[in-house]
Ligand binder design. Structure first.
Ligand code: A2P
Length: 340
């Protein structure tokens, strides 16, 4: 066998497009590629290497003779078609949250719980993007100091909401640029929002995913629930506020974490400098710290602003940024396929 027969569901979307680039860039052994999307993409093609491949409409027999099917088309599509792909003997790697917490479904970040892939039964879930980026820095510290709980605020890019959200931000920035701002007091941007409930340009929305009865959003609770599963740490507690920000690409998370054992800043830096998939960028005196623009398009996440947390016992505070389309989605999915 020269390679694997690959299907990408959602190949025209923000994550799907990235996934094609990652497969190509990492020389994944692809024998054939089947890009799949909705009927809206009829007649479209996607580029893979030197080839232009026409996009198929998703149907029940889309997974015949497919070895690995990547799902990047949202929860509803995954809910219906992941079981169909598994029935057809394809291994599904799913970006949606639908199956992540099912006990028999491995939820994998290769740098953290690679062993969990072994028990798969034809379906592996890719973690939530913000959780993945936060854990890339938290887990190495946990291994040495034992994490108890975490408080976090996220700063999430619009590309996490898909291609339409990228267009929405661009349009609102253009609209705003046409009207000069008078003494920075304008409160009314033209309301052209379709993806978000409020303007995203020049604004912050403390609202990612839907609200639960507790007052947290689903996204916020993923940090705790998925964090527990990935780190094999059922007692782990995480309280997060997830915020959508007018950044195109790359999420950042401000983390304060409490540990069993005390850690100095020097010890924490030493641990993080050696962690796989992570770069230490922590020279605040020279204005060097992680930022979305520095990690956009990069495989590695970056961590910096490491300091002793002044409000927690054995606490550390830090700031981590990562490209959520890569480590938070496409790259992690391809890394899982490489493990298989
Ligand atoms: P399409 O481009 O045909 O709408 P994004 O997250 O950037 O919005 O992308 C979502 C991806 O999921 C797109 O490739 C989109 O295809 C695909 N998609 C959305 N709904 C469906 C569906 N019902 N069946 C198949 N693909 C879908």
């Amino acid at each position: 066998m020269k390679g694997y027969h690959i299907a990408v569901v959602g190949a025209t979307g923000a994550v799907g497009q990235e996934l094609l680039h990652v497969l190509e860039r990492r020389n994944f052994p692809v024998a054939s590629l089947r890009p799949i999307a909705s009927a809206r993409s009829a007649g479209k093609s996607v580029r893979f290497g030197d080839e232009l491949i026409s996009v198929d409409k998703l149907v029940d027999h889309s997974f015949e003779k497919i070895d690995i099917a990547f799902f990047c088309a949202g929860g509803e599509v995954s809910r219906k078609y992941v079981p169909i792909a598994c029935q057809a003997d394809a291994i599904a790697i799913d970006n949606s949250s639908v199956f992540r917490m099912e006990p028999h479904v491995p939820l994998v970040i290769p740098e953290i719980n690679v062993e969990d892939v072994r028990g798969h039964r034809g379906l592996i879930s890719n973690p939530n993007c913000t959780t993945a980026i936060a854990l890339m820095a938290l887990y190495p510290l946990h291994r040495v100091f034992g994490v108890r709980r975490m408080f976090a605020a996220s700063y999430q890019a619009v590309s996490g909401s898909g291609a339409r959200a990228i267009e929405e931000l661009t349009q609102q920035v253009k609209d705003a640029a046409r009207e000069p701002v008078v003494n920075a007091s304008r409160t009314h941007l033209p309301h052209t929002s379709q993806v978000y409930p409020h303007p995203i340009a020049f604004n912050l929305l403390p609202h990612v995913d839907s609200f639960l009865e507790s007052g947290y959003t689903k996204e916020e609770m993923k940090m705790q629930n998925e964090g527990r599963k990935i780190m094999h740490l059922p007692e782990f507690r995480a309280s997060a506020t997830c915020v959508r920000v007018p950044v195109y690409r790359a999420h950042s998370v401000a983390v304060s974490a409490e540990f069993e054992r005390s850690a100095s800043v020097e010890q924490a830096r030493e641990v993080l400098a050696k962690a796989p998939g992570l770069e230490l960028v922590d020279e605040p005196q020279s204005n060097r710290y992680p930022m979305p623009l520095s990690v956009a398009g990069k495989d590695n996440c970056q961590v910096g602003r490491i300091r002793i947390d002044c409000a927690l016992e054995n606490g550390l505070s830090f700031w981590v940024s990562g490209d959520q389309l890569l480590k938070g989605a496409a790259l992690n999915a391809v890394q899982i396929a490489e493990l298989l």
